[in-house]
Ligand binder design. Structure first.
Ligand code: DAH
Length: 379
């Protein structure tokens, strides 16, 4: 209490003669209250006493504040309301500061309290990129059929990307692959005929002969990798992903290929989805096909129940990608005797397959790589 007295310099009404008190105007009382408020704030901020002690000191029966407050009875009737408002404000002000001190003492700043039963706020959570997710799912789907995911170079000899795949130097079929050729240190060995140029792999088919060269048969591989082509527009990204399947064994038939395609379609896209094979041409397969999958929106009918044409597909089918029975020349390039072994291969775009699963057609295939979370969050 002594400390409190010392701090309070202003002679409040405790020391005032009674006559003076009785003639006090409303304005005088307000002025005294405001001065007391400032003084008491200093006392609170000094933190010499605990909040409980301060509460008694400031609002106790004999305190300056209580006595000053009681002087309101001498104020003229018409001033009482004004003084009353100030009195309440000063009281609330001081109480708030004592409470803050109390919160500080108990470690709960700003009068906050914790309701331990309240549901928590989930922190924002990211997820894998749609392409990474698709790669994982494709891997798992083929794994169930005994295919193993392997990695082969994404920067490779032109021989693996073309020549070994039955596309000799200057073959016009190469044009389709819009290839990036890159320079590498040291001149190619003039005696070298096979490994002469280096490419950024324009497709994952380079993995076929590389896998055969391991010399382990039968082969069931899934090679998933980045591919690069010199094309950039709404339907081409210069970097994209493919997954390449290769199955080599004895007496493999087109029926096996169709079976694997159907298994993939039902497991990856949904039970009701079917595949169909259409004749096509690739240098590295004979015969060659394009694989289509029944549209998930119109279910192969090309029309929606309301009679409107399906906006996602053409004629009820969506093109998945290429496939075929491995050409004997490719087997030979990989050191496999085509009279003993044969097999099938397929190579599809990961982005395209993922978007087809989502039932979406991108109006720009570069969108997944723009890192716009508004797009990526949808999947
Ligand atoms: N490599 C081909 C491309 O990029 C796709 C492909 C077609 C891969 C047929 C294959 C296949 O393995 O058998 O367009």
């Amino acid at each position: 209490m002594g400390a409190l007295r010392e701090c309070i310099q202003t002679p409040y009404n405790n020391h005032m003669p009674k006559e003076e008190k009785q003639t006090m105007t409303g304005d005088q009382l307000i002025s005294l209250l405001l001065t007391l408020k400032e003084d008491l704030l200093l006392v609170i901020e000094k933190k010499d006493a605990t909040s409980d002690e301060l509460h008694v000191q400031i609002f106790g029966k004999d305190s300056e504040f209580t006595k000053l407050a009681s002087s309101i009875r001498f104020v003229k009737k018409e001033d009482k309301q004004r003084v009353g408002i100030v009195l309440n404000e000063v009281k609330e002000f001081l109480e708030r500061h004592i409470n803050e001190l109390s919160a500080h003492e108990t470690g709960m700043e700003n009068d906050t309290w914790i309701d331990v039963t309240a549901p928590g706020i989930r922190p924002p959570e990211g997820h894998l990129h749609i392409v990474t997710e698709a790669i994982e799912e494709i891997t798992q789907t083929f794994k169930k059929l005994g295919f193993t995911r392997v990695r082969h170079p994404e920067v490779d000899w032109d021989w693996y990307a073309f020549e070994a795949l039955n596309m000799p130097k200057n073959h016009p079929a190469r044009d389709e692959w819009e290839t990036f050729f890159i320079t590498y240190p040291g001149a190619p060995d003039p005696k070298e005929t096979k490994y002469t140029k280096i490419v950024l792999t324009p497709h994952t088919s380079n993995g076929q002969v590389r896998e055969m060269e391991k010399g382990i048969l039968p082969i069931r591989m899934i090679n998933i990798a980045k591919c690069y082509r010199r094309q950039i527009d709404v339907s081409h990204a210069p970097m994209f992903h493919q997954f390449e399947g290769l199955y080599i064994d004895k007496e493999v038939s087109i029926g096996h290929l169709k079976g694997v395609m159907d298994y993939f379609a039902a497991n990856f896209f949904g039970k009701d989805r079917k595949t169909r094979i259409r004749p096509f041409h690739f240098q590295f397969t004979e015969p060659s096909f394009e694989i289509d999958i029944s549209c998930g929106i119109c279910h192969g009918k090309a029309r929606l129940p309301d009679g409107q044409g399906c906006k996602l597909c053409k004629e009820g089918w969506l093109e998945l990608g290429g496939a075929g029975m491995v050409h004997p020349n490719v087997l030979r390039a990989g050191g496999i005797d085509p009279d003993q072994y044969n097999g099938f291969a397929f190579g599809w775009g990961v982005e395209r397959t993922a978007m087809m699963k989502a039932g979406t057609q991108l109006n720009d295939v570069r969108t997944p790589y723009e890192n716009d979370v508004r797009f990526l969050q949808q999947f």
